[in-house]
Design a protein around this ligand. Sequence first.
Ligand SMILES: NC(=O)c1ccc[n+]([C@@H]2O[C@H](COP(=O)([O-])OP(=O)(O)OC[C@H]3O[C@@H](n4cnc5c(N)ncnc54)[C@H](OP(=O)(O)O)[C@@H]3O)[C@@H](O)[C@H]2O)c1
Length: 306
Amino acid sequence: MPETTRNPLPPTDVSLLGLGAMGSALAATLLASGRSVTVWNRTAGRAEGLAAQGARTAGSVPEAVAASPVVVACLLDLPSVQETLAPAADELRGRTLVNLTTTTPDEARTLASWAAGHGIVHLDGAVMAVPAMIASREGRILYSGSRDAYDALLPTLDVWSTSEYHGEDAGRASLVDLAMLSGMYQMFAGFFHGAAMVASAGMTASDFAARQAPFLAAMTHGLADYAKVVDGGDYTVPGQQSLDFSDLSHIVRTSEEQGVDPAPIAAVQALISRQIAAGHGGEGFPRIYESLRATASRASTEGDAA
Ligand SMILES: NC(=O)c1ccc[n+]([C@@H]2O[C@H](COP(=O)([O-])OP(=O)(O)OC[C@H]3O[C@@H](n4cnc5c(N)ncnc54)[C@H](OP(=O)(O)O)[C@@H]3O)[C@@H](O)[C@H]2O)c1
């Protein structure tokens, strides 16, 4: 045997590839739950803290993969996952790969096809938590892909966060995750726009946040009612604020008058204007959903209205 060949690592329950902020939190939680863990990271020094907590460290990806029936990847993006897993495709055959690296839905499906082609069971996960929320019920990880893998691994997955399964389509967990983040970032952008408006009159962002946070929290109670209208598909249901009444051009104008870029609120106004122009001004505000939904169905709805 050549001197450089290491003996195989002893078997562990889970192997984890990627020890960034999130991967380290996932590995530490597995160790704290009593599971045995093998870890690998491109920059080897990052494994030291986990080794001190009982993790076994692998010198290569194939070595890490060969140590456990379950391999978790928590890397940067799809290319980093592909680059990392390619040399270990043979060792991965017959094992379960749980990818917790953020990808788009199509990228998750690409990884699922690659896994299927190599006889690897694949479960994709979208982490809706920051590292500090791992090991708490507050965090949530959405999964899609192999149902059998999800069911078998649930006791392990549950040590990280609240687990939620979204179906066999590997891209679905990512889609739900990114849709949730879309709502969140647009809310934040709305907050920053409001903060810039009041800053033009000398109010600090902190003063504004103290008022905006409880207001937004109260407004979110309306989401369920909006959702009922969208799901019902009838925007004429009585008792709704109409699109004509929802015209936001006075907010856009005020923003401009204060020298503040109106981009976020102007984007909302554009959605409203599109529906009013299509003849739906008397219908409820949730109708702007029709300006957004998938192109094929929108074309038919706006075509009907024209
Ligand atoms: N942190 C969060 O709050 C959070 C929340 C939800 C989802 N996520 C997702 O979780 C994943 C990891 O996030 P993180 O916060 O742990 O990121 P991070 O701290 O930046 O760590 C990135 C990890 O990826 C590795 N890596 C990057 N490029 C690589 C390559 N080409 N080949 C091999 N390894 C590579 C890094 O290795 P080196 O140490 O060698 O650089 C490191 O282990 C991301 O997809 C992220 O979107 C993170």
